[in-house]
Design a protein around this ligand. Structure first.
Ligand code: ZN
Length: 410
């Protein structure tokens, strides 16, 4: 199955549309320009013969590829997000195709000194001989997640043309605002009508993800006691200093800068502090919920010690749940991963299951009742000017998609 040309044409068309989301916006979607691509996709879905093409008031685009087999088969959802990250510009993206890469430097922009190679990106080494797409040095590429959109669109077009390929009903969903953590906030899981789903929003070929962090927010408020510094002995509680004491008491081995893979952390993200009052916000992250809770107990112990040390201050510590590891849900439906792993192997790849150090739309969807692991699209270095995607990797992602929907119809 070679959909490279179809995927390439689509990818370039989508990459050129500026769809950057905005984490400061209070509207949904966070930026109107995302609707430009969403409308374009709705029109293209109609053009390739997809059924029930809809765009709802939030901008979610959904469609159906009807079943080609009789009898009740699980309905499979295929999802990707249209927005790009806030960390680099997504305006006037000019994709460049570097054909049959032979292992040397890829000049994204000589002028700007943006050079991609296996030294600054070891993941590229697995792509020798492949066609690599990059931006041109001053923007991100937007393969996250326009690669996923191009893969789903090209595979859907292929399946609609080849009705001899056996599969159950497929639901397609394109969503805004994934990068600002709101992607599926208003997504109507029931109306979507899928039993299981997959986001096509991963990275290098073969990588699949069924695990995300467990995530809580943490908030520390210190109420101090302000008196004239000249007569402060045994009378002052300096909230700023007490907050700093607590923050620095948190072990350095448990912060994002020193952890990787399955190691959890607490990150203090914002501190506003004066003598009277200090407020500290942060995030707690771990793949293992027990370990997450243990870290919270550890911070509570630090705060308890501070309460004894600073009896004149009042110290409050609260945790709030943000999202949970989707593995908890996905593991209850073993076929979801088993079929995916079989589909990856059938495409000639070795599946590589890795835990996401973050959340995905799939983690929210899983807890909304739709188990949704994440599938590779063939790209890497997301959210910046060094972003790249392998066209061959995208083609394999489409192949996995087709294999996967066939598996579900067996
Ligand atoms: Zn993404």
């Amino acid at each position: 199955m070679d959909l490279k040309n179809a995927i390439y044409q689509r990818f370039v068309r989508y990459a050129k549309v500026d769809t950057q989301s905005d984490d400061k916006s209070r509207t949904f979607p966070s930026t109107k320009k995302q609707l430009v691509l969403l409308k374009m996709l709705a029109a293209e879905l109609k053009a390739i013969g997809a059924k029930k093409v809809k765009m709802d008031k939030y901008g979610y685009v959904t469609a159906e590829v009807p079943a080609t087999v009789k009898g009740r088969k699980p309905v499979i959802g295929l999802l990707a997000h249209v927005d790009t990250a806030t960390s680099a510009s997504g305006k006037d993206v000019k994709p460049q195709l570097h054909r049959a890469w032979q292992g040397g430097d890829i000049a994204i922009s000589r002028k700007l000194g943006v050079i991609l190679n296996t030294k600054n990106c070891p993941e590229l080494a697995g792509c020798k001989g492949e066609d690599i797409i990059t931006a041109s040095g001053d923007t991100l590429l937007g393969a996250d997640d326009k690669a996923g959109i191009a893969v789903i669109m090209a595979a859907a077009e292929y399946l609609l043309k080849h009705k001899e390929i056996p599969h159950g009903a497929l639901k397609i969903g394109f969503t805004p605002d994934e990068e600002v953590g709101q992607g599926v906030k208003y997504f109507n899981v029931k109306a979507f009508g899928a039993d299981y789903a997959y986001t096509f929003d991963g990275d290098v070929a073969g990588a699949v993800e069924d695990e995300t962090f467990n995530a809580d927010g943490v908030r520390l408020v210190v109420h101090g006691k302000s008196v004239h510094p000249g007569s402060a002995k045994n009378a002052m509680a300096n909230a700023a200093r007490i907050a700093a004491d607590i923050v620095t008491a948190w072990p350095e081995s448990r912060v994002p800068e020193t952890t990787e893979l399955r190691e959890g952390f607490i990150m203090f993200t914002d501190i506003t502090a004066g003598t009277e009052k200090a407020e500290v916000d942060g995030i707690v992250r771990d793949h293992d919920l027990k370990k997450l809770k243990a870290m919270e107990r550890q911070l509570e112990a630090i705060v308890a010690a501070a309460r004894l040390k600073y009896p004149l201050a009042k110290i409050e510590l609260t945790f709030t749940e943000q999202y949970r590891n989707m593995k908890e849900v996905i593991a209850k439906h073993p076929a979801v991963m088993n079929n995916l792993l079989a589909a990856v192997k059938q495409a000639g790849l070795t599946p590589h299951i890795k835990p996401v150090r973050g959340g995905t739309d799939g983690s929210r969807l899983s807890f909304m009742g739709l188990p949704t692991p994440n599938v590779f699209t063939g790209g890497y270095n997301y959210h910046g000017r060094y972003e790249w995607v392998s066209l061959d990797g995208m083609n394999r992602s489409a192949e996995v998609l087709v294999n996967l929907v066939k598996k579900w119809a067996e």
